[in-house]
Design a protein around this ligand. Sequence first.
Ligand code: SAM
Length: 220
Amino acid sequence: MANPTYRREALEEEFGKLERSSPLVELNVEADSIITTVGRKAADWLDLQKTNTLLDIGTGLGRWAFFYAPLCKEVVGIDISEPLIRQAREAAHQAGVSNVRFYRGSFENLIESEEGADVRPNKVLCVYSFHHLTDPMKAAFLERLAQRWPQPLTLVIADLMWFVDPSRLRESWDDVFYDEGDTDFPSNAFWLQEAARPYFDRTLLVAVHPLVGLLVAQKG
Ligand SMILES: C[S@@+](CC[C@H](N)C(=O)[O-])C[C@H]1O[C@@H](n2cnc3c(N)ncnc32)[C@H](O)[C@@H]1O
C-alpha cells in the first residue's frame, strides 16, 4: 500500500467488537494458527525469570499475558481497546491470576492510565499488534521504548513482517491474517531490524514463515 494511514478509531472499533473466539484474540494458545506459533516461539528469546516484569503491548484479551504470567513476577498488558481490557481484567479475576494487570495504553503512548505509571519492564512483547503501525510510527516507538526505560531490556516483536515480496504469496494472506493493507501495515523484516539497531545493542530476526517472524532486540 502506497500511503498507509494509521486509523486508531477504526482499529478500536474493529477490535472492540471481535468475538472472543476470533483467532486474532482467542485465549487458547494451542489453537492451530500462525499467531499462536509465533506467540509461543517468543518464549525462546524472552527468557523469562521469576524476577521479571513483562509488558505485553496490544495484549487483546490477554492471551500471552496469561500464558507467560507463571514464568515472571508480573505481566502488564496494555491495549487501545477498552472492551478487550475490560474482558482481560474479568478473565484474570475469574481465574484468580494475581500477577497480571491490564491498562489502556498504546505504542504511541505507552501508559495511558495513571495506574500504570509505576511499570518498569525488563521484557516487552508484542504479538501481532505492531504491524498496525506505519513505518514512521514503528521507528518512533523503538526510540520511545528505549528512552522511557533506560534499564536492560529485551523486546520481542512476533508479527507479520515481510521476508519476501508479499505479492509473491497472495495465496497465504488469509492464512497469516493480512487484511491487504486496510489496517495492517507490515514492514519489511530487514528494514525493521535496521530501525531497531540505533536503540539496542543486539538485534536478531527469526523467520517462521516468509511473511511472519520475530524481531528480538536487546540492550544492556
Ligand atoms: C491481532 S490482535 C492480537 C492480540 C494479542 N496480542 C494476541 O495475540 O492475542 C492485535 C491487538 O493489537 C491492538 N492494537 C492495535 N493498535 C494498537 C496500538 N497502537 N497500541 C496498542 N495496541 C494496539 C488491538 O486492539 C488488538 O488487541
